[in-house]
Design a binder for this molecule. Sequence first.
Ligand code: GAR
Length: 188
Amino acid sequence: MPKNIAIFASGSGSNAENIIRYFAGSAELKFPVILSNKPDAFIHERAKNLNVPSLTFSKQEFEAGDKILEVLKSYDIYAIVLAGFLLKVPVEIIKAYPHRIINIHPALLPKYGGKGMYGERVHKAVKEQGDTESGITIHYVNENYDEGNVIFQALCEVLPTDTCEDIAAKVHALEYEHFPKVIEQIWG
Ligand code: GAR
């Protein structure tokens, strides 16, 4: 029996697309639905092109949890992947999916984690600190932002001449390479 995985995404959705394409035709893992808190996010365009339903819920609905859990149940969801999802996952959902929710963070946690640290803000902070490396962290999700157990990290070099966009490009490349493989390793 294949395992069904839901993707939660708030933004462009390039990781979501990369994951779905990687597993197209997989007998083990299926990605039957995308959930978002942003009705106008580009993820919905990608979802349309990928033929995957994408549903939008308000912040309040995510925080309440019950409606989300119903949807997850209706798709027989085994696990959840956060791919650029910016809301905190409520305790009800974490309890319903113990060790079955993972997130990707665009830096080397515990550096540059926590509330408000996402996407470009993270790369800006790395640049401002003059760090010589950055990378990605894939971790289990618990009640606190970016504090669950780390599953995987990969590093990239940051040059003094790198712009935030350059850092973002290096980090995205690592995300595209490793995120699907980590999902495959833990649930495939
Ligand atoms: C990714 O770089 C991901 O690591 C980051 O948001 C980006 C989403 O890009 N996530 C966070 O910052 C979570 N704190 P995408 O929508 O193109 O996949």
